[in-house]
Design a protein around this ligand. Structure first.
Ligand SMILES: NC(=O)c1ccc[n+]([C@@H]2O[C@H](COP(=O)([O-])OP(=O)(O)OC[C@H]3O[C@@H](n4cnc5c(N)ncnc54)[C@H](OP(=O)(O)O)[C@@H]3O)[C@@H](O)[C@H]2O)c1
Length: 310
């Protein structure tokens, strides 16, 4: 099969589309014929070796953690999926989605794709929506609560804004000027340009004491203390980036990442299929241009997700 392969840790331009053996599903695994795969920041660092101590990979390495496609073969002990099922999956760090066939685990990280959700949008769901949900589990948005999303127009942030609104919170969101109308369309009650405004000061014009929770999903982003300053004393900052356990302003911090609680990916897929959850795809590349997709993702402004189609 053809796959996008990194032969060693190094720059993204080393990636090449080449022939590799088709994987064979082991116990509890499913082999998926890939229809679409989405690009995430983790793909870049796994290729370059930016997190090689925490997340080592073995080479040759095929990146890609978000995949949708059709079950081609099932391993032993798998009764949740059958050959021919359309599926959506998060592979986790083993990766492998940027290939004509990908291995996925037959557990809560994979679900049958609803008929009303096309493969392209489905691929753009797992990492972004699952991680946004995990962050919101800690931020606990609810009716009457206030929440700020920093980095709201990106892959995680776009879902975080929508899911927090669905939970009943009043949601504020930061983005660049060109993205502010988009963030309003996602449901944000107040939007601000992080490049032109002091975020904490502006948020306090809306909520004088500070918001109950801040979700910071900015890629490299501001110092987390700058984001925490928008929250009230006793409030919480939640982020997939690591940092201090608490800030001088009296805000505590929780750091978490992608999780796959039972039933969650199925519920997110159902909501997306029902158009209750919008999936924003800003760019789409054919598999033949997969390397360019990663190069562009690394170097250009992205709204929502970037998807590779097969
Ligand atoms: N630990 C985990 O399990 C896990 C899982 C998924 C993601 N993550 C991490 O979560 C972060 C977000 O992921 P993603 O997929 O949402 O990335 P993304 O799609 O690249 O979005 C990142 C967002 O950050 C914004 N941003 C960049 N610099 C900013 C700044 N100084 N202030 C405010 N916003 C800024 C970007 O806006 P502009 O485009 O306007 O610059 C963009 O909208 C990444 O660091 C990723 O590695 C961790």
């Amino acid at each position: 099969m053809k796959a996008l392969v990194a032969r060693e840790y190094g720059p993204l331009d080393q990636l090449e589309l080449t022939e590799v053996p088709r994987p064979v599903p082991g116990q509890g695994q499913v082999l998926v014929r890939t229809e679409a795969a989405a690009v995430n920041p983790v793909d870049l660092v796994l290729v370059t070796g930016g997190m090689r101590d925490a997340l080592p990979v073995s080479h040759p390495f095929v990146p890609g953690v978000d995949v949708s496609g059709v079950v081609e073969a099932v391993g032993s002990g798998v009764d949740r999926f059958a050959v021919g099922d359309p599926v959506i999956a998060w592979t986790g760090v083993p990766s492998g989605a940027f290939a004509e066939y990908a291995l996925v685990r037959a557990d809560d990280s994979a679900v049958v794709r609803p008929a009303a959700l096309d493969a392209r949008r489905a691929a753009a769901l797992p990492t972004g929506a699952l991680t946004a949900s995990a962050l919101l589990d800690e931020a606990k948005p609810r009716a009457g609560s206030t929440l700020l999303v920093v980095g709201a127009a990106g892959g995680l942030g776009s879902y975080a804004v929508q899911l927090a609104k669905r939970a009943g919170a009043t949601v504020f969101a930061t983005g660049r000027e060109d993205d502010l109308d988009y963030l309003t369309r996602l449901g944000a009650d107040g939007v601000l340009d992080y490049r032109g405004e002091n975020v904490a000061e502006r948020v306090r014009e809306w909520v004088p004491g500070g918001v109950d929770a801040v979700i910071d999903v900015a890629l490299a982003g501001p110092d987390l203390a700058t984001s925490a300053a928008a929250a009230r004393p006793g409030g919480v900052l939640v982020s997939p980036r690591g940092g201090p356990a608490e800030f001088d302003c009296g805000v505590t911090a929780v750091y978490t990442g992608t999780t796959t609680p039972s039933g969650r990916l199925a519920e997110l897929a159902r909501a997306a299929a029902a158009h209750e959850l919008h999936i924003e795809i800003s760019a789409q590349y054919p598999f033949a241009e997969a390397r360019q997709a990663l190069l562009d993702f690394a170097g250009q402004h992205v709204r929502g997700k970037v998807v590779i189609t097969f």
